[in-house]
Design a protein. Structure first.
Length: 247
């Protein structure tokens, strides 16, 4: 699974005088063509959790889950806050369950029984409410304020699509030999080869490139994820998707 920058909520390692329950983080990701199974409702997680009390094949004593099959995951130690979900493979972040937007749309459509998940849904709905007061340019590209925004986004996506297709046809190694450093690609041609993303803390990352986002989705401001126009799942991505939601 590719390395992704994601927005996370710090529901992490809770303890008290009487208990020492370990609680895992949950996050959201949507990295376009790199997301398996067309980014359906699923989870990926650090392979070190697989085959432990936190992630195992249902109805077994911690037998590891296999990709593309149902997996029993527990958000808290001691067999607490558990649910079954489709497992699509390993993810990069330690002690983290990384779910897709489709999973949250499904899970937050009802009241989840898992407290951590319920709190995440509540937080996402709060973030969505802020976007709901703005104009949604992905869903309304013909609005006056949206025309230039979406024209620019589509232009960048079209331009990058030619490079993306060429990279896939030639293969990354061959493609990268013939382009400048700034145009080199990685992770099945979906990401930059050398990261240009950088925040105020000096942290750097390789950006997801425009062509990597599926139809009717667009790469966010900092190349971290794809924005879909669904406020529930775009909201938690903070400033990443706000460019498509002008005031």
């Amino acid at each position: 699974m590719v390395i992704r920058m994601i927005i996370c909520f710090a529901f992490f390692f809770s303890s008290s005088t009487f208990t020492h329950a370990e609680q895992k983080k949950i996050t959201i990701y949507s990295d376009g063509v790199s997301c398996p199974a067309n980014c359906d409702a699923h989870v990926v997680f650090d392979k070190r959790m697989n085959g432990t009390e936190f992630a195992y094949k249902p109805n077994t004593q911690y037998e590891p889950c296999k990709p593309n099959s149902e997996c029993r995951i527990c958000l808290e130690s001691g067999g607490k806050q558990c649910l079954n979900v489709m497992y699509r493979g390993p993810g990069p972040h330690k002690n983290t369950f990384d779910f897709t937007p489709a999973f949250y749309i499904q899970a937050c459509g009802k009241n989840p029984m898992q407290r951590v998940l319920l709190e995440m849904c509540s937080s996402m709905q709060k973030s969505a409410s802020r976007l709901n007061t703005r104009i949604n340019c992905i869903q309304n590209p013909s609005k006056d304020v949206c025309v230039n925004i979406m024209m620019s986004a589509n232009k960048e996506k079209t331009k990058d699509t030619e490079k993306y297709k060429q990279c896939l046809t030639q293969g990354e190694t061959s493609y990268n030999r013939g382009v400048t450093k700034v145009d080199m690609r990685s992770e099945k041609c979906a990401y930059e080869r050398y990261g240009t993303g950088k925040n105020s803390d000096g942290k750097t990352w390789r950006k997801l490139l425009p062509a990597a986002c599926r139809n009717n989705t667009y790469v966010g401001r900092d190349g971290l994820d794809c924005c879909s126009g669904n406020t529930l799942t775009d909201g938690p991505l903070a400033h990443e998707c706000a460019i498509y939601y002008p005031k």
